[in-house]
Write a protein of this length. Structure first.
Length: 77
């Protein structure tokens, strides 16, 4: 199935360009996407994932045509 993937410029993903339509396996989860994109485990705690503009959990199962956004948590104060 195909989904659209976009990510914050602080996230370096060499395999796919930002705003790409990519092929993923059926029943792919958010956790699977993070692994597929090659995001290092030490960065996964600093990334928030949205599916179709809604916050998503690692166990969220993706569907054909979903839009997945990866954002970086940035603290301040």
């Amino acid at each position: 199935m195909k989904i659209n993937i976009s990510y914050h410029k602080l996230i370096k993903i060499e395999k796919y360009a930002n705003n790409s339509l990519i092929e993923v396996p059926d029943r792919c989860t958010v956790r699977d996407i993070i692994s597929l994109l090659g995001i290092p485990k030490n960065l996964t705690g600093a990334i928030v994932v949205y599916v179709n503009d809604q916050p998503a959990w690692n166990s969220t199962v993706l569907k054909e045509g979903d839009s997945v956004k990866l954002l970086v948590l940035i603290g301040g104060g």
